[in-house]
Design a protein around this ligand. Structure first.
Ligand code: CA
Length: 171
């Protein structure tokens, strides 16, 4: 049980100046902040500290931040806000498709980041009330089911009807 109302935010970002900038702004807004500079460390921090929200850079030294979204979404609905210099529409679509809740393009205003963090937490029912929480888990549930159907290589697992068609062809 949490002893205070502070939300725990995990920041995964390799650029030290951006990291400290985000950290300072979130701490001023009364969030508890934990940091990681790589995907691997980010996953470790995530598993150990169960943050309420993850702020994630995509250009990380060990792996692409997108892979962290994938790994986290295997098991969890924790809100993820991507913070990236990649401003292409497809980059945003890909991140959101993998399960990111929001996408902020660098450079950004600290007030915007804090506002988005608050909005995402509220939307996911972390802030106040339980109605939003059930709506959020329903949405995540749908997304998760969808991603489970399609494999990461883009192929679909063979359904029973497909395999019977193949049997017919062979026979
Ligand atoms: Ca980076």
């Amino acid at each position: 049980m949490m002893s205070n109302n502070k939300f725990k935010i995990l920041i995964v970002e390799d650029e030290a100046n951006i990291l400290s900038f985000i950290k300072a702004n979130l701490e001023i807004s009364d969030y508890q902040v934990i940091c990681a500079e790589t995907c691997a460390l980010g996953m470790m921090m995530y598993a150990s500290y169960h943050p309420d929200l993850i702020v994630l850079d995509l250009g990380l030294p060990d792996r692409d931040g997108l892979s962290l979204i994938q790994d986290v979404r295997e098991a969890d609905t924790v809100p993820i806000i991507v913070l990236s210099a990649r401003s292409g529409e497809m980059d945003k679509v890909e991140a959101l498709d993998l399960g990111a809740n929001d996408y902020i393009t660098k450079p950004f205003e600290p007030t915007e980041l804090v506002a988005r963090v608050e909005a995402v937490l509220r939307r996911c029912g972390k802030a106040q009330g339980t109605l939003a929480a059930s709506a959020c888990s329903y949405r995540f549930g749908k997304r998760k089911t969808g991603s489970r159907i399609q494999r990461t290589d883009g192929s679909y697992p063979r359904s029973s009807s497909q395999s019977s068609i193949q049997r017919e062809k062979r026979g």
